[in-house]
Design a protein around this ligand. Structure first.
Ligand code: C2O
Ligand code: CU
Length: 736
C-alpha cells in the first residue's frame, strides 16, 4: 500500500486545541487535533478532516448596531448510529455550534444582560430558542431540523427569554435557503405543477410519447418545464418480452442449508403481479424475492447457478467475506455467466447477520426486475439479537411503473445515470402491501434490506417505539432508540419494535423531496405496510426487557482490538465526484441553477426527465484518489491481509450535480469512525456506508480477505456510470 500521509495543519488551526477540548471535539492522542469544520479558511476546498463548509457552515452577518461583530455556525451531525441524522418526517437534524466574535457587552445596547440565539422559519412564522451565546466565544446550542431557516442572535434581558425581545445583532440564512425558483423565462414560460394526490408525490401524471419509451410517470406536486418533457435517453429502449411459456412469480421460500449442503439457483423470466398490474420480471427459482437462504455461522454451501435470462449475469454475495473466486464480479473475479451457462459458487459464511445476493452485471435492470434474495447467517449465540416475540425479514424495493407497464431500461447503457432509477411503487418482499398481525405488547424484530436501485428510505412505525440492534455485518456495541431508520441501497439494519396497544400501526417512509425547479421542499409519505395489533395482550419478560437498552459486550470487546488504530494516519482519501458532457442545453442550465445548493440527501425522484434522459454517456460518476488523482478503474490500491487502515471518503459538493452515495466494499468489513469529524461512539461492522452530499466519512477498514475486490457506489446507475474501483489484498508475507 502507499505511504501514509497527512496534510500539515494550516496556521489557522493552531489556536484551536482549547476550543476543541471545550467542545469535546475529537482529539487524536499524539497528534494535532482535527479542526472544527467551520474554523480556518472556509474558502479552502478541504479544510482539515471535515465537511464542505458551504453546506455545513453558516457565516453570521452583523446588523448595523454591531458592525464589527461576526459569527460562524457549524451545522453538526448529532451523534447517532447513522451517517445522516433524520427526523421521522425526513428533516435533517443538525446540532448548532455557534462561535461569535466581537459583540459588545450586551449592556452597551440597552437594558440587556446576555445574548440568545434563535432559529426561525424563513418568514419568521416560528421562532425557537436555541440557547445562550457569549459576546465572543463558542456555544453548543440546540438542534435544528427545519428545511430552510434563519439563525438569529439577539440581546436579551434574561437568558431564558421565551421569544426575542431585544435587538437582533447577528443573522444568517441556512445553506438550503439559497435554493431559489429557477428563472422560468430562461426556460420558456409554461412551467406547470402536477397536483398532488393523497400521498403527496405518488407519481400520477404521465408524459405520453410513441417513441418506444412509452409514457413516463411524473411525480405529483413537482414543477415541470415543457422543454424537459421532450427529453429522452440516447439509448435503445429495452423491456423484456415473453417468448413461450413464462412461469408466474412465487413468493420466496425459506431454504435451510446445513454445512456442506448445495442448492440450485436459476435466474428465470417470470410473470409477476404488482397491485393490479401484470409485469414481466426476473426471479431466482421463479421467486421474488429470491429464496431466503438460512445458514449457520461458519457453514459452507455450494450454489449451482444457471443463467436462464437473456443478459449475461453472475451472483454476488453481498457482505459475505468469502473466497475471492466466488465473489461474483464479472471481469474481476469471474467471466460473466452467459445466457444458458452455469457457474458453481462455494460460499462460506463467517459472520452472523443479514446479507443478500444479487447479480453484478447491469444491476439497474436485473436486480430491479427481481433478482435479489436475502441470506440469514444465524449466530451460534441464540441470544445474539436479544429477546423478541417474532422475526420479520423485509426486503425493501421500488419499481418505476407507467401507464404502459414498467418504464423500459436502456439497452446499451443504464438510463437515470444522474440520480438512479427512483420507482413510484414501493415494495416489501416484492409486493406493494405488506401486512402483519401481532398481539398488543409484542416485540417484533425486523431485519431490513434495501435492494432498490437508488432510494434511501426513512422508515418509521408511528405510534410504536423502535430501537436499532444491528446492521450489515453484526450488532452495534449497544442498542439505541431511534425515531426513524434511514436505510440506503444495500444496507441492512436489525431493529426491535414494540407494538403497545390494539389498533393499526403503518410502516411508513417519510422524506423531504426537493422541487429543484421551484426551489422548495415537498413532503413525501408512502405507506409500505400495515401492522394490525389485536387480541389479548402479551405481558412477559420480552416486552419488559424491551424498555432497557441492551449492550452487546462481545461486539464491543471484538472492536476493542482495533481502537488503537482509530487515530492512525489516513491511508487513502477518496473524493466522490462527477462530470458531465453533451447534456441538452436545458438540462445543463437547470443544473447550473440547481447547484447553488445540494441537499445532503436526495430522497426521492423529483427530476424525473433530466434523470431519465441521462446515461453513462452524458454522466460519469467518479471515485478519485486524492493522492494520485487516479479515477475509478485507474486506482490501484494494494494491501496485505492483516492491514487495518483508515480511509476517508469525501463527497465533493462543488460540481454540477451532487448526490449521496452508498459506498460498498466487497469481501472485507469496516467501522464508520466519524462523519464530518464527529466521532461515532457506538460502532458496528459494516460493508456499506451512506456518504451524504458534501460530507466526509472516515472508515477503519480491516483487510482480512485476500484477492481483488471492488469498492463502488451501490446506486445501480452510478455503478453503471463508472463509480467503481478494484483494490488488491495480498496474502501476508509471513504465515500468521
Ligand atoms: Cu451488493 Cu458490488 O454489490
Ligand atoms: Cu452513487
Amino acid at each position: 500500500m502507499s505511504e501514509p500521509r497527512r496534510r500539515p495543519p494550516g496556521p489557522a488551526w493552531l489556536a484551536l486545541p482549547a476550543l476543541a477540548a471545550a467542545l469535546a471535539w475529537p482529539l487524536d492522542p499524539g497528534r494535532a487535533p482535527q479542526a472544527p469544520p467551520c474554523a480556518g479558511d472556509l474558502r479552502a476546498p478541504y479544510p482539515e478532516s471535515v465537511a464542505e463548509p458551504d453546506l455545513y457552515c453558516m457565516a453570521l452577518l452583523p446588523t448595523p448596531r454591531v458592525l464589527d461583530a461576526s459569527g460562524v455556525a457549524e451545522l453538526r451531525r448529532p451523534p447517532g448510529p447513522f451517517s445522516l441524522a433524520l427526523t421521522a418526517e425526513g428533516g435533517i437534524r443538525y446540532r448548532v455550534v455557534l462561535t461569535t466574535h466581537g459583540l459588545p457587552a450586551p449592556a452597551e445596547l440597552g437594558a440587556y444582560t446576555t445574548y440568545v440565539a434563535w432559529v426561525a422559519a424563513p418568514l419568521l412564522s416560528s421562532v425557537e430558542r436555541l440557547g445562550q451565546v457569549p459576546a465572543s466565544g463558542t456555544a453548543l446550542l440546540g438542534e435544528v431540523s427545519l428545511d430552510k431557516f434563519l439563525l438569529l442572535v439577539s440581546a436579551e434581558a434574561s437568558a431564558d427569554a421565551p421569544a426575542p425581545g431585544g435587538p437582533f445583532v447577528l443573522r444568517a440564512q441556512s445553506p438550503s435557503s439559497r435554493m431559489q425558483p429557477a428563472d422560468f423565462l430562461e426556460f420558456m414560460l409554461g412551467a406547470s405543477s402536477i397536483p398532488a394526490g393523497d400521498s403527496g408525490m405518488a407519481m400520477t401524471g404521465a408524459a405520453a410519447v410513441e417513441d418506444g419509451w412509452g409514457a413516463i410517470p411524473m411525480p405529483a406536486g413537482i414543477t415541470m418545464l415543457p422543454a424537459m418533457m421532450e427529453l429522452r435517453p440516447r439509448v435503445t429502449p429495452w423491456r423484456p418480452v415473453s417468448a413461450g411459456t413464462v412461469v408466474d412469480a412465487r413468493p420466496r421460500e425459506l431454504v435451510r442449508l446445513a454445512d456442506g449442503d448445495s442448492i440450485d439457483l436459476d435466474a428465470v423470466l417470470v410473470r409477476r403481479r404488482v397491485g393490479d398490474r401484470t409485469l414481466l420480471g426476473y426471479g431466482f427459482n421463479g421467486q421474488i424475492p429470491g429464496p431466503l437462504l438460512w445458514v449457520r455461522e461458519d457453514a459452507t454451501v455450494t450454489v449451482r447457478f444457471t443463467n436462464r435470462i437473456e443478459w449475461p449475469t453472475s451472483i454476488h454475495w453481498h457482505g459475505i467475506r468469502l473466497d475471492n473466486r466466488f465473489d461474483g464480479v464479472p471481469g474481476v473475479t469471474q467471466e460473466p455467466v452467459l445466457p444458458g451457462e452455469r457457474f458453481t459458487y462455494r460460499v462460506h459464511f463467517r459472520d452472523p447477520g443479514i446479507y443478500w445476493y444479487h447479480p453484478h452485471h447491469r444491476e439497474d435492470v436485473q436486480q430491479d426486475m427481481g433478482l435479489a434474495g436475502n441470506l440469514v447467517v444465524e449466530s451460534s449465540d441464540p441470544g445474539y439479537y436479544g429477546p423478541a416475540h417474532r422475526e420479520e425479514i423485509l426486503m425493501l424495493d421500488d419499481l418505476l411503473i407507467g401507464p404502459d407497464g414498467a418504464v423500459p431500461y436502456g439497452l446499451e447503457r443504464a438510463t437515470h445515470a444522474l440520480m438512479g432509477r427512483f420507482g413510484n411503487t414501493m415494495l416489501v418482499n416484492g409486493a406493494p402491501s405488506y401486512r402483519l398481525e401481532v398481539r398488543p405488547g409484542e416485540v417484533v424484530r425486523f431485519l431490513f434490506t434495501n435492494v432498490s436501485n437508488t432510494r434511501t428510505f426513512n422508515l418509521s412505525f408511528p405510534g410504536a417505539r423502535m430501537k436499532v440492534v444491528g446492521t450489515d455485518v453484526g450488532n452495534f456495541e449497544r442498542e439505541a432508540w431511534i425515531e426513524s431508520l434511514p436505510i440506503a441501497p444495500a444496507e441492512r439494519y436489525v431493529v426491535h419494535v414494540r407494538f403497545p396497544a390494539v389498533g393499526t400501526v403503518p410502516l411508513v417512509n417519510r422524506v423531504r423531496g426537493v422541487d429543484h425547479v421551484a426551489g422548495r421542499f415537498v413532503t413525501e409519505q408512502d405507506t409500505l405496510g400495515v401492522i394490525r395489533v389485536a387480541g389479548a395482550a402479551v405481558d412477559d419478560s420480552i416486552g419488559r426487557s424491551f424498555d432497557r437498552l441492551g449492550a452487546h459486550d462481545a461486539v464491543r470487546r471484538g472492536i476493542d482490538r482495533y481502537r488503537s488504530r482509530f487515530s492512525g494516519p489516513i491511508a487513502h482519501e477518496l473524493e466522490l465526484d462527477m462530470r458531465t458532457r453533451d447534456l441538452p442545453l436545458v438540462v445543463d442550465r437547470l443544473m447550473q441553477v440547481d447547484s447553488a445548493y445540494f441537499h445532503p440527501l436526495e430522497a426521492t425522484g423529483t427530476m424525473p426527465m433530466m434523470n431519465f434522459m441521462s446515461t453513462g454517456n452524458e454522466v460519469r460518476w467518479i471515485l478519485r484518489d486524492l493522492d494520485t488523482g487516479a479515477e475509478n478503474e485507474a486506482i490501484d490500491w494494494r494491501f496485505r491481509v492483516g492491514d487495518v487502515v483508515r480511509l476517508r471518503l469525501r463527497n465533493r459538493r462543488r460540481t454540477l450535480h451532487q448526490m449521496q452515495h452508498p459506498i460498498h466494499i466487497h469481501g472485507q468489513r469496516f467501522l464508520v469512525l466519524a462523519v464530518n469529524g464527529v466521532p461515532n461512539d457506538n460502532l458496528a461492522w459494516k460493508d456499506t456506508v451512506l456518504v451524504p452530499v458534501g460530507a466526509t466519512v472516515d472508515l477503519l477498514l480491516e483487510l482480512s480477505n485476500p484477492g481483488r475486490w471492488m469498492l463502488h457506489c451501490h446506486i445501480a446507475e452510478h455503478l453503471e456510470a463508472g463509480m467503481k474501483m478494484v483494490f488488491t489484498v495480498e496474502e501476508s508475507a509471513s504465515p500468521r
